[in-house]
Design a binder for this molecule. Sequence first.
Ligand SMILES: Cc1ncc(COP(=O)(O)O)c(C=O)c1O
Length: 379
Amino acid sequence: MAASHPIRFHVAHTPAAAPGYVLEALDANQNVNGRFTQRCAETLEAMTGAGRVLITHSATAALEMAAMVLQAVHGADQVFMPSYTFSSTANAFIRAGYDVQFIDVDPQTMSPGLAEFVATDAPANAVVVPVHYAGNPGEVDAITEWAEDRGVWVVEDAAQSLGSTIGDRHAGTFGTLAAVSFHFTKNIHSSMGGALYINDPELADRTTYIWERGTNRQAMLRGLVDKYSWVEVGSSFQSTELQAALLLAGLEDYDEVVAHRRELWDRYAAMLFGREDAGLFTQRWRPDARNNHHAFYVRLASPESAEDLRITLKSAAIDAYIGYVPLHSSPYGEAHGYSRDLPETDRWAECVLRLPIHTGMTAGDADRVAAVIVDWLSD
Ligand SMILES: Cc1ncc(COP(=O)(O)O)c(C=O)c1O
């Protein structure tokens, strides 16, 4: 067989405008919270309808800020989140001293749906964290409604879901707060970066203090106070102007990037959907949701099948990637008393395989990946 070119799992998108913007940021000699940071925040606010956006150095930082502000303002100290998520979701709340309860997922989205949150019986003032796995906001609208009725706070882990919507509302605008990632593995990136959406105006000032090392420096910049001082426990959560310059270029390319990814996603869907009888399970999106095409993953019938398919793809020079390693049964989770029965998570987490999807691929590349999978299924 003729050697085929390698298909990497991810290649970060580099916008044409990025080098120019980065030089402009360097020339401006304002390293933090300058013109690029402000334009990124305004662009995200206009694009998504988020109340107020703070640009951070990561979604990890945004999650940590969310945990801190809900504790500082409301005294929240308990949180419910899926075990099937990235370590940052849990770290943020554990660092802030919360009692963390891991919950199960709906295997069709690999995120908790309304039923999983209802089963928590979360008390008033608890926090729930819907994680939008693979960019899919799932039932976050119904979850938020349920939470509001109970006086429960919602922090959306929208790390992967920039650009996804339910109806005409963007992911990240349902919860009290939401964290978005611009890590280089996301649709657009600032090398490492993130944003916190603050959808409750009452939290805006305190969250801004936390963002800026616990000071009211922003109030000074706006002429509201003469000098700034320490007013809150915070940290250094901002991004640099260099990161923001990269991010702005990415935001300007966003529609083009998603259109490219959509074409690849649709090619995968055309060849791989409807093969449940052969042991290949795919993901479910609501008809009223818009997919940001961040990820295409499949679920195999067993961890052994997932590993066998991963190796088969690897031998065809194609990198596929596993899903999250659940937190409740991770080494830290087990050592710290988090282990419990989460039947769907335990059943499916190791069966997930994510396929390459990025702007460095052609539609023909996606067909090649899907063809290897179809061949493997028929063996
Ligand atoms: C669900 C989820 N939350 C949080 C993060 C952390 O994002 P960041 O790398 O921007 O800190 C990730 C990373 O991919 C993630 O997948």
